[in-house]
Write a protein that binds this ligand. Structure first.
Ligand SMILES: [Zn+2]
Length: 371
């Protein structure tokens, strides 16, 4: 196949075989987002009005409750900015952090600074180390692309659990159009697919999972949306969510430190995005991230192409350090980790998964229409 790159964003057909281009050379990703953007992203006075209305609605609906909303915090910019924003608007928040043992120390310090400054109560969830490490090892052994599968499932599971336990009506979600409107299509297994995790663990696991609980696709798309009534809100779509400005605001507010790139707040996701995915699967996530910034007007295409040429890891020393941390975490040698990495690549769909994965994109589309 002849190499082709979108002339508006930087998505290409090398890492994504499903991409389509029109006669002008624009891809389906940026074309779809630009069509959708005016209906969901309001970086203007309309957004400010919508945000204020939303906050008033939350306060009104929750005046009898202990909390106005739930927030999942990773120490990354999106969730940190949500917490900061909620504090500015006087919301009574409950924050939940998943400490899987692979947090970037900068992110841990960021969370501490934010919590100290805002006084927001924080629940830190620590999954059973032996089980979690074995689940991670399972993903390496299965040779699948999404090493963050279990991590992502636990985040959603914990939000669901603490939302229910505390009778919280609203979840402020850091997902946003400005920074992540373009996401490369994965190969179709949603991280809420409990059946998939269980099947992988049955095949490759060395430990029986007794303490870690997963969320299933049924819980995610049916119970959560229609029974538990925990409403997901994305307030970052109601302001001009400019990455540099937001980092500066957070720096001034609580000595926040930026950690160098999207999802680098976790050592696992940094390793996944900067080494494992590009080296093993030829996937460079920066393409979708920079493309999102291009369509929201926060980066030029030239700048994105220039940044794409920069090395993924800022230094080989950091890469070696991360490999050692991850190997130690799973109680294996770096040599053994390298052996897992060199296994022939598999797709998530090569392993058993729920038929509901076919329905999930439709459910997302339906939710978008409702939004
Ligand atoms: Zn494009």
């Amino acid at each position: 196949m002849k190499f082709q790159r979108c002339v508006r964003c930087i998505m290409d057909n090398k890492s994504d075989k499903t991409i389509r281009f029109d006669r002008r050379g624009y891809c389906n990703y940026c074309t779809d987002v630009l069509k959708r953007m005016p209906t969901v992203y309001f970086p203007n006075s309309t957004g400010k009005r919508k945000l204020e209305k939303l906050i008033n609605q939350i306060k009104h609906d929750c005046k009898e409750d202990k909390y106005d909303c739930l927030i999942g915090i990773s120490g990354g910019v999106d969730s940190s900015y949500i917490l900061y924003l909620g504090y500015q608007y006087g919301l009574r928040m409950l924050a939940v952090h998943i400490d899987d043992g692979l947090d970037n120390p900068i992110a841990i310090q960021n969370i501490k600074n934010l919590i100290d400054k805002t006084g927001v109560p924080l629940i830190t969830v620590k999954p059973d180390h032996t089980e979690y490490a074995d689940l991670l090892k399972t993903l390496f052994k299965a040779s699948v692309p999404n090493l963050a599968f279990v991590q992502d499932n636990l985040i959603v599971k914990s939000m669901d659990e603490y939302g229910r336990k505390n009778h919280i009506k609203y979840l402020l979600d850091g997902n946003n159009i400005a920074h992540e409107s373009i996401l490369e299509r994965s190969n179709g297994v949603d991280f809420c697919d409990k059946k998939h995790i269980v099947a992988l663990q049955n095949k490759f696991g060395e430990v029986i999972i007794r303490n870690i609980e997963f969320i299933s696709l049924i819980d995610r798309y049916i119970n959560w949306n229609f029974i538990s009534k925990l409403k997901h809100l994305r307030p970052l779509n109601y302001l001009s969510y400019d990455l540099e400005n937001c980092i500066k605001e957070l720096e001034n507010f609580c000595d926040y430190q930026y950690y160098g790139g999207k999802h680098y707040e976790s050592i696992l996701t940094r390793f996944l995005q900067c080494y494992y995915l590009p080296v093993k699967f030829g996937i460079d996530k920066r393409k979708s991230h920079f493309s999102s910034l291009i369509v929201s007007g926060q980066m030029t295409r030239e700048e994105a192409l220039r940044k794409l040429k920069e090395p993924l890891y800022i230094s080989d020393e950091l890469l070696q350090k991360d490999k050692k941390v991850i190997a130690d975490f799973m109680n294996i040698s770096v040599e053994q980790l390298e052996k897992y990495i060199s296994l022939s690549p598999k797709r998530q769909t090569d392993y058993p998964h729920s038929v509901l994965n076919k329905i999930a994109p439709l459910a997302r589309k339906f939710r978008r229409i409702l939004e």
